[in-house]
Design a protein around this ligand. Structure first.
Ligand code: SAM
Length: 273
């Protein structure tokens, strides 16, 4: 159901919401597509959702149609009147916060668990994503992340070893989470269309391996993939104890970073933690 809400294109025109390049605005208008995106996290009926970057509110409407209780953070003040209309159509179900999502701690907005859903500009999305995955306490308060990325970035997040896309982002996203590519979104679905294809990644927290420091794992992957064409015995030279750890684990130091599984990186980090 879409109570008393005009088509998104009319909303954009009426509120003069020309897409701002500086804010990375590429809007989605296709309600069926938006409903499919809102379905990626599973049933949201009665669940709390944090939406980042609602813009004129297309995805917000879909999340509300799915029965979610939505808190949305939007930077662009121009979108607030359009979002107020969505709020009025779903009384008590939407809270809009104007501000920069990079500067707001979502934990301050929710009591219990919440799902995060966002279609964000590339740079903001990656920065938030990294922040959400590197939290000290695990499992995190968020129950899942459903995020739109450039397809190339989405592929790096879900990448497997021995592929060109495999690197720090894959290890970060997979060492204590399950990450999957949920759907591809054609560039023509956006107004205006971006230069590249997009894809939605869905991430759920998994059990964190025992005795592994996030910081140590980051240091090892940073060094290993910083010189990804080099053998580990060269790229890990600067990480104290790393070469000895490889030997203890029976990992050939002549291998290159992209051949190591996430579990092998975790094992190295555990010995150094
Ligand atoms: N969710 C809408 C949709 O799918 O049609 C809009 C998506 S548009 C790609 C990205 C939105 O994020 C814009 O509305 C933009 O103003 C907002 N935005 C950009 N940077 C932001 C930030 N740092 N914090 C919160 N919102 C931001």
């Amino acid at each position: 159901m879409n109570p008393e809400l005009p088509p998104l294109r009319d909303v954009i025109a009426r509120h003069g919401l020309s897409a701002s390049k500086a804010l990375g605005q590429n809007f989605l208008f296709d309600e069926q597509l938006l409903d499919r995106i809102a379905a990626v996290p599973g049933s949201l009926d009665g669940h709390q959702v944090l939406e980042v970057g609602p813009g004129p509110g297309g995805l917000t409407r879909a999340l509300l149609r799915a029965g979610a209780q939505v808190t949305a953070i939007e930077m662009d003040r121009r979108c607030l009147p359009a979002l107020a209309e969505v709020e009025a159509a779903f009384p008590g179900k939407l809270t809009v916060i104007q501000g920069d999502a990079l500067k707001i701690d979502p934990a301050s907005l929710f009591d219990g668990p919440y799902a995060i859903v966002a279609n964000l500009p590339y740079n903001v999305g990656t920065a938030l994503f990294t922040g959400w995955l590197t939290g000290e306490s695990w499992p995190p308060q968020w129950s899942s992340l459903t995020l739109m990325f450039q397809e190339e970035v989405a592929r790096r997040i879900v990448a497997e070893p021995d592929t060109g896309a495999y690197g720090r982002l894959a290890v970060l996203a997979q060492w204590r989470s399950r990450a999957r590519l949920a759907m591809k979104v054609h560039r023509s679905a956006f107004t205006p269309p971006p230069k590249v294809m997009s894809a939605i990644v869905h991430v759920e927290p998994a059990e964190a391996p025992d005795g592994v420091s996030m910081r140590v794992l980051e240091r090892v992957t940073e060094a290993a993939f910083g010189q990804r064409r080099k053998m580990l015995r060269q790229s890990l030279k600067g990480v104290s104890g790393a070469i000895a750890a490889l030997e203890t684990l029976g990992i050939d130091p002549q291998r290159r970073a992209e051949t190591l599984s996430v579990a092998e990186f975790v094992a190295v980090a555990r010995l150094l933690s």
